[in-house]
Design a protein around this ligand. Sequence first.
Ligand SMILES: *Cc1c(COP(=O)(O)O)cnc(C)c1O
Length: 222
Amino acid sequence: MAVKENLSEVRSHLPAHVQLVCVSKFHPNESILEAYECGERIFGESKVQELCQKQETLPKDISWHFIGHLQTNKVKYIVPFVDLIHGVDSLKLLAEIDRQAAKVGRQVNCLLQMHIAQEESKFGFNEFELREALSASTDLSHVTLCGLMGMATFTDDRDRIRAEFRGLKQLFDRVKEEFFPHDSRFSILSMGMSDDYLIAIEEGSTMVRIGTILFGRRNYPV
Ligand SMILES: *Cc1c(COP(=O)(O)O)cnc(C)c1O
């Protein structure tokens, strides 16, 4: 597998202000190390157990991002080392991250996940719920809200994908202005995957989460 070549291709499309999260879920340590040797340090995983195993065995200067759906009872396993949790989709989860982070004396960076897709199945807040969560979360002292994350509808309709990303960027700007006008930490808009990251960048993404076009297709356990 030519991770190095794939990386060069992806990097050639990334403006300097866009960060790459190499989504390594279901891929072995060897693939991660190939990207690591090319200079990549940010890797994204979506299963707690897999993330913990990889974190233990791979170089300690890797910045691990959790990009999946996080269950409250598993928060404690990743809080000691995780650098950014992308998919925070309830106040209850945010409060649990805060509680566990306080226990280990850490400040944990989080993105709030917005539901922007047509599919019911995808997780995330709507705008009303987001505002409620932001208002209610001001006393959580061990989480840092760093921005928003979203996933577009799984579709060939590029116009729809673009409209969803555009809407998320507009929401990001409103929320930034209203809730974080003087907080430079609220600065990340995580949107864009292998199939749609070019559109996402055009629409204002600052962080893309890319797996398949770097590492190949995932072999899901049967
Ligand atoms: C798996 C996953 C990705 C990467 O998807 P690819 O299509 O393989 O690039 C990005 N974001 C999330 C939340 C994911 O679960």
